[in-house]
Ligand binder design. Structure first.
Ligand code: PLP
Length: 450
């Protein structure tokens, strides 16, 4: 493309497109992508990048998969769309629902398809309240969410998100949502630095349930590993404790596996690491590797049973035109087949180990405070002072400057504050993993020469 054409395209973008999480100043000189292959992306100027975050944690099987294009074309030619509202169905959505139920936790029974992680979360919140309504306990409506959580951009999902900047200017938010502490071992005010950590941070959730009254609480929603909030894996005892708290108080547990699902953590689903099963889960992103928009929420047999037993007047009046979209579901089905056939869950575990060990071994910089991860998701948290773990002054924009240095060196990713987040595609090669590690080190050194 000629330089003048590129300039014109960029200007049209600024003039006519509003981007997610947007301020035009952050959008100056945007990278305009043109092509992808495996873990690599190229922009319109021909510059090559390693996709260090699988774009938005979602392109699990990598870019440029002809199999997925072919299955979409075939399905579009046969039946591009059909109505999935009650009384109608299509073959790919039935097959995908069946396959998902084989893959997810044994407690899970039925799936509702939608288009995005936000919609999956939105539906998960609604089905939690609807379940208690069906149980004759309509006063159980409060949702407990956690600080540092990211759950999406629709109103319910924004409300349960626990990062204050996402609430700015949008109030009043959804009623009946209360935030509790999360499990953040590096910044733990409880016991996670001790040998005998009991995940006392989870007790804050129980305290909130107690304060609100368990008979008014519908559900707790949490990401198995915080994603956008900073890639924060919990302590090993955290999720079992959370399950115990929910059971004790008769509260539903919603796992937001929008990022962690489909192999990202080295297991098909992340709670397998801790032997925990949720009541409701939200899935998206890697379900279709983002070749088409696809997501869903999945409910346990207990919840599905309540829906089946409900009187005819008690319909679940929730829906989207594109629910169970045949083309999206056909692509999702083929994408899951690729993950399975190519052993990408096991590969994520192996590549994740290489990434985490490589980062731990190579980053001896005095400002590297924490290196953490699970499977093929990792974070490097920078600190202005290793002893006190104090963050940098936000005005110094250390994280964004490291991000820019990484981009210049050919690795694209995101930061949360001063934490560099990494989650490359599950097909990333060992050499590309090593290059990411090198670029992280070089970029930190360039911004903080010590
Ligand atoms: C854990 C989690 N939940 C929900 C969402 C929202 O998904 P979407 O952006 O597809 O609406 C995201 C997006 O990153 C997420 O990370």
């Amino acid at each position: 493309m000629e330089k003048s054409d590129i300039d014109q395209l960029r200007q049209a973008d600024v003039d006519h497109q509003i981007h997610p999480q947007y301020h035009v100043r952050d959008h100056e000189n945007a990278v305009v992508y043109q092509r992808g292959e495996g873990a690599l992306l190229w922009d319109i100027e021909g510059k090559e990048y390693i996709d260090g975050l699988s774009s938005l944690w979602n392109v699990a099987v990598g870019h440029g998969r002809k199999e997925l294009a072919e299955v979409a074309q075939k399905q579009m030619e046969e039946l591009a769309f059909s109505n999935s509202y009650a009384g109608y169905a299509n073959v790919p959505s039935i097959q995908l629902a069946e396959r998902l139920i084989e893959l997810v936790y044994p407690s899970m029974q039925a799936v509702f398809f939608c288009n995005s992680g936000s919609e999956a979360v939105e539906g998960a919140l609604k089905i939690a309240r609807f379940y208690w309504h069906l149980q004759g306990k309509p006063e159980k409506t409060t949702i407990i969410a956690r600080k540092d959580a990211y759950h999406g951009g629709t109103y319910g999902a924004t409300t349960v998100t626990g990062i204050p900047s996402f609430h700015n200017g949008f109030g009043p938010l959804l009623g009946g949502v209360v935030h509790a502490e999360t499990c953040y071992p590096y910044r733990c005010g409880h016991c996670s630095r001790a040998e005998d950590c009991t995940s006392a941070c989870a007790d804050d959730i129980e305290a909130v349930i107690g304060r609100e009254g368990a008979d008014t609480v519908a559900a707790v929603i949490a990401e198995p590993v915080h994603g956008a909030g900073g890639v924060i894996p919990p302590t090993p005892s955290y999720w079992p404790r959370l399950r115990e708290i929910c059971d004790k108080n008769d509260v539903l547990l919603i796992a937001d596996e929008v990022i962690t699902g489909f192999g990202r953590t080295g297991k098909w689903f992340a709670l397998e690491h801790w032997g925990v099963q949720p009541d409701i889960m939200a899935v998206a992103k890697a379900i279709s590797s983002a070749y088409v928009p696809l997501a869903g929420f999945i409910v346990s047999g207990r919840i599905h049973g309540a829906m089946l037993d409900a009187p005819r007047t008690e319909k679940f009046m929730h829906g989207y035109t594109n629910a169970g979209h045949p083309t999206a579901c056909a692509v999702g089905l083929r994408n899951l087949q690729i993950i399975e056939e190519e052993g990408l869950v096991e590969r994520a575990a192996a590549m994740g180990k290489r990434l985490l060990q490589g980062l731990e071994q190579s980053l001896e910089h005095p400002n590297v405070g924490d290196v953490r991860g699970l499977g093929l998701m990792a974070a490097v948290e920078l600190t202005s002072d290793k002893a006190s773990r104090a963050p940098f002054d936000a005005a110094d924009a250390v994280g964004p400057r490291v991000l820019k240095a990484m981009r210049e060196r050919g690795v694209i990713t995101r930061v949360k504050g001063d934490s560099i987040l990494l989650a490359p595609p599950l097909v990333t090669t060992p050499e590309q993993i090593d290059r990411i590690i090198e670029v992280v080190g070089e970029s930190i050194q360039a911004v903080l020469p010590g």
